[in-house]
Design a protein around this ligand. Structure first.
Ligand SMILES: Cc1ncc(COP(=O)(O)O)c(C=O)c1O
Length: 414
């Protein structure tokens, strides 16, 4: 697809979208062995971010708009869910469960997309720092009325997953319970295909070959898939080649949004290698197995933008969020995309020329309005959390939304 590189708003809902996924073109054997549910509107566009970063330096910055990977609910998790839903359905499962924090984007994406794939849904969630984005997500999750397991703390997750599985089976369901972020070798294959998609866009001249790609990292799934995909695309000569025709994958900088050891360089590399092993097995091609030493020179985790921890806003993230907003670019959230954007701002200010690609991962299409009855009947632990968040937002103790949503006002329960 050709998109304008001039304007940061060239994405159009009527742009042609296809069910084509480059991973199946490159390795046709996968069409037999890797079932997927088509959820995303792909390819996502690439746009120049000149209006946002032009004032910061000479860097050429582009954005990969995975925030609009679907109008139902976009963001990075949709690509992961395509393969995990496919796997769940191939296993004969009737229900899919997402696990994570109260405001999980993975859970939000799952509850909104599961009905499209004919799957029932459930969530196993634990408390997190309160924020507007997390409150908005939890409202949406509960409004779809999934099976809900509200845990007191993240450390109860293994028990919560076991209990969710057991109670689903007792109700006659066949559950597929995903780990947080869907971070498994199969889940990562969605982003192997995304990396090939960017390679195709480079080859088509939609953007120059990126020197660096920046993205937020939490569960490691997205970064691991990209890392393998960039490496294999470069090897195949798909987009990432230098002027001499040699493989030149972009350097991936994953900006940490969760603390060590949940996110680490080692964990991303380990998952990347396992994802390449899964790909090799499914494609019937052992040469696709990638070693850590092939990937490590092109990868680093940057922990400097994390701040107090997962879910806490940071001054540099808020600055980036305002910069994007004031220049008419897509909205950023304080937990993920603003922290990665802060790293982009820093690179641009340092005078790096790039080209840099900022991978936009937080969904931006409007969320469905919440169902207040469903919120009122939610587990007391979640209800108290939402009431506190509403109070803190309206007293200015938490950053209020930059864009008011008429269907989802700050105060709904209080
Ligand atoms: C908006 C957003 N960006 C980035 C990430 C990080 O992706 P991953 O968990 O695959 O590392 C997530 C994870 O949920 C996310 O929701």
């Amino acid at each position: 697809m050709t998109v304008s590189l001039e304007s940061p708003t060239s994405w159009r809902p009527d742009a042609p979208k296809t069910e084509r996924r480059p991973i199946f073109d490159v390795w046709p054997q996968l069409s037999k062995n890797l079932p997927i549910s088509h959820l995303a509107d792909l390819p996502t566009p690439v746009e120049a971010l000149d209006r946002v970063t032009g004032s910061l330096g000479d860097a050429r910055v582009f954005v990969k708009r995975d925030d609009v990977s679907s109008l139902v609910y976009g963001g990075n998790k949709v690509r992961t869910l395509e393969v995990l839903f496919g796997k769940a359905k191939a296993l004969g499962c009737t229900h899919i469960y997402s696990t994570g924090a109260f405001g999980s984007n993975h859970a939000t994406a799952m509850v909104l997309h599961a009905p499209r794939a004919g799957l029932g849904s459930g969530v196993v969630l634990f408390p997190q720092p309160r924020s507007w984005a997390a409150l908005e997500n939890l409202r949406v999750i509960l409004s779809t009325r999934p099976a809900v397991h509200a845990l007191p703390h993240w450390s109860a997750l293994p028990f919560g997953m076991w209990r969710a599985r057991r109670s689903a089976v007792a109700r006659g369901h066949r559950p597929f319970v995903m780990v947080p972020g869907g971070a498994t070798p199969t889940g990562a294959l969605g982003y192997v295909s995304a990396a090939l998609e960017l390679g195709e866009q480079v080859a088509a001249g939609d953007l120059p070959r990126p020197e660096t790609v920046l993205i937020g990292v939490g569960s490691t799934c997205t970064s691991a898939g990209l890392l393998v995909g960039f490496h294999l695309a470069a090897k195949l000569g798909l987009g990432f080649r230098d002027a001499g025709g040699n493989p030149a994958p972009p350097a991936l900088v994953s900006v940490r949004v969760t603390p060590w050891p949940i996110t680490s360089q080692t964990l991303v590399l380990r998952l990347a290698v396992r994802a390449s092993e899964r790909l090799a097995e499914l494609a019937g091609d052992p040469s696709l197995v990638v070693e850590k030493r092939d990937l490590a020179p092109h990868f680093r985790v940057d922990g400097r933008f994390l701040g107090r921890g997962y879910g806490y806003a940071t001054p540099s993230g808020l600055e980036a969020q305002r910069l994007w907003h004031e220049n008419g670019a897509h909205e950023l959230d304080t937990t993920y995309s603003a922290k990665a954007a802060a790293a982009v701002v820093e690179l641009a200010r340092q005078g790096r020329r790039g080209p840099i690609v900022f991978w936009s991962t937080k969904s931006t299409p409007a969320l469905p309005p919440p169902d207040v009855d469903a919120l009122r009947s939610s587990p007391p632990r979640m209800r108290r959390w939402m009431e506190k968040a509403e109070g803190e937002l309206s007293r200015g103790k938490l950053e209020p939304p930059l864009v008011e949503s008429p269907g989802s006002p700050v105060r709904l329960l209080t």
